[in-house]
Design a binder for this molecule. Structure first.
Ligand code: NI
Length: 167
């Protein structure tokens, strides 16, 4: 296992549409392992392959809280097949250091994905785990949480980033 470098905004790979994975091989399994290790080390609760420079549809996450045991998830070609309700929390992203903002999301989602064992699964997620997975799936569409905040907040973010005064 190894710790991977995380690309940060405005790296072009973060804006790309990630390619679907059509073969799960050792390279994918290794990448998933390394992404989990990188995520835990950061620390973070989710990581998408484009964030480590790989524009493919793979995400890892662990939305466990302090009260629940670790629950690593590895999802390949994840797709939201239904979404309902509204929820928001203050989000951050390992690719957008030193910034966080409240982002409007769905409260409940149903996600279809493939596991590393090539099984097709459907997950129903609510609240924090649902938000984490929406954030990670956004990465596969070249979207960051700063693309979902108000124009005003985004302008302030861009200005601070330029001046180097984010932290
Ligand atoms: Ni992120």
């Amino acid at each position: 296992m190894s710790i991977l470098d995380i690309d940060v905004y405005p790296a072009p790979v973060l804006k790309q549409l990630a390619a679907r994975i059509d073969r799960i091989d050792d390279t994918i399994r290794q990448l998933a392992d390394d992404m989990l290790e990188t995520m835990y080390k950061a620390p973070g609760v989710g990581l998408a392959a484009p964030q480590v420079g790989q524009s493919i549809a793979l995400i890892v996450a662990d939305p466990a809280t302090n009260e629940t045991p670790p629950a690593p998830m590895i999802l390949i070609n994840p797709e939201i097949i239904s979404a309902s309700g509204e929820a928001s929390i203050v989000e951050g992203c390992l690719s957008v250091p030193d910034y966080s903002a409240e982002v409007p999301r769905h409260q409940k989602i149903v996600v279809k994905a493939i596991t590393l064992d090539e099984e097709e699964i459907e997950l129903t997620l609510e609240d924090f785990p649902a938000i984490v997975i929406q954030h990670e799936i956004d990465h596969l569409h070249g979207k960051l949480f700063i693309d979902r905040i108000s124009r005003l907040k985004r302008n302030i973010f861009e200005r601070k980033l330029k001046k180097g005064t984010l932290a």
